[in-house]
Ligand binder design. Structure first.
Ligand code: CS2
Ligand code: MG
Length: 409
């Protein structure tokens, strides 16, 4: 079997997605997700202008060899653009291998280790009543764990609050990247945040009891000592995890956080390779690996990092917002179903428009994501529907402190 075409499809049903479609001389096709939120066209160009011609004529069964060839021959290793492009190729090859074998990808990774994938949903609110309603909605949808994000008194707009208006007038529900030619500016104050958050968790615990697993995303905004303080102050509320408490490109900073708190830590949605996790895993500085197959080079490296993490009892908590396309989401769900050290999967349902372009076979039933027996990844792309939603420029927001300093968003 040989690859005879490599096409890049850019579409914007509710938000932008970049998809690679590989076609073989035997008529099989494979899909891969290459979406990099806010920088989509850079990856589309990487695939179209640099990788597509290298793939023509190759044997699609040689997944590991192709991955190593693309990674090492580029010379310029790592980085989100390169690794999203390689991820798309890797996923599309696994999709083809599954279709050729007549098996879903998880079967090729060792078979199912569980019946379905436990999830967490996103709850948020500008005040406690709105937050409580949002938690209830999540529970009604079937989520058995809930992420809690809240507005901070005195701040106008911050990451993760669904009902706040964007500068463009759109709502946050599906996509924080606002459409338009310039990123929206939000505000930030770490002291106000550290003072406000423990009270919110106390109120949520009082309302929903001690058993509901609760999560929180710090979105890279704290220094190590601030993160340590937050972890400590949230200990009475027994979090499932505190996510991205520091900008973790400095892996050593997690030593300090870890020394001070038993709040479990999850990190890595912006990481691109296993090396970004090396110190964090070896020194057991985290509890959950937050990588997404799409930004991490695909299914092959995601399986490798989880096998490494398994030696240290570290589990998966793959990044699953709607900027991971249905293809990338399916890819990591196949890994999640197969590995022993599965933890939890972030799950935000894609919009109706997204689901008309991408037909997904994963179902969310009884609180679990259930994978189908469809061969390969189990996602179909309707190219006509995709063409009806042309690319629209969009940017993630950014933050400024009260004195005008740019801060981590
Ligand atoms: C995130 C994302 O889901 C999460 O935990 O932190 O919402 C993230 O902000 C987006 O993926 C950025 O594109
Ligand atoms: Mg996050």
């Amino acid at each position: 079997m040989k690859i005879i075409a490599a096409d890049v499809i850019v579409t914007s049903p509710s938000r932008n997605f970049v998809t690679l479609k590989l076609t073989t001389d035997e008529g099989l096709t494979g899909l891969g997700d290459a979406t990099l939120n806010g920088r989509e066209l850079a990856v589309a160009s990487y695939l179209k202008d640099h990788l597509a011609q290298l793939l023509i004529g190759r044997d699609p069964h040689r997944i590991e060899d192709t991955w190593q060839f693309l990674y090492r021959s580029s010379y310029w290793r790592r980085g989100p653009v390169t690794m999203a492009a390689i991820a798309a190729v890797d996923m599309a090859l696994w999709d083809i291998k599954g279709k050729a074998a007549g098996l879903p990808v998880y079967q090729l990774l060792g078979g199912a280790s569980r019946l379905g994938l436990r999830t967490y949903g996103h709850a948020s609110g500008r005040d406690l009543p709105e937050l409580f309603d949002s938690v209830r909605e999540n529970l009604e949808e079937g989520h058995t764990s809930v992420r809690i994000q809240t507005s901070i008194p005195g701040l106008k707009a911050i990451y993760g609050i669904a009902s706040q208006e964007q500068a463009t007038g759109e709502r946050y529900d599906y996509e924080p990247a606002g459409r338009g030619a310039f990123p929206a500016e939000e505000d930030w104050d770490t002291r106000a945040y550290l003072n406000h958050l423990p009270g919110v968790f106390e109120a949520v615990r009082n309302e929903f009891g001690p058993d509901l697993p609760l999560l929180h995303d710090g979105h890279h905004r704290m220094t190590p000592i601030q993160a340590a303080k937050l972890g400590k102050s949230l200990e009475p509320y027994d979090l499932f995890w505190l996510e991205d408490c520091t900008p973790a490109e400095n892996q050593e900073s997690l030593r300090l956080v870890r020394q001070h708190t038993t709040t479990p830590l999850a990190i890595g949605e912006v990481f691109n390779t296993v090396w970004d996790f090396q110190t964090l895993i070896r020194e057991q500085l985290i509890d959950y690996v937050r990588a997404a197959s799409t930004h991490f080079g695909g299914i092959s490296p995601l399986k490798k990092v989880m096998d490494y993490a398994a030696q240290y009892q570290i589990k998966s908590g793959f990044h699953g917002p709607t900027d991971i396309s249905p293809v990338g989401f399916a890819a990591q769900c196949h890994v999640g179903l197969a590995i022993h050290n599965y933890g939890i999967q972030e799950y935000m349902a894609h919009s109706e428009a997204t689901n008309t372009v991408f037909q997904q076979s994963i179902r969310f039933e009884g609180g679990y994501l259930r994978l189908s027996d469809a061969p390969g990844l189990g996602v179909e792309l309707d190219e006509e529907a995709a063409a009806a939603h042309p690319y629209q420029q969009a940017y993630l927001p950014y933050n400024r402190l009260a004195d005008g300093t740019v801060h981590d968003w």
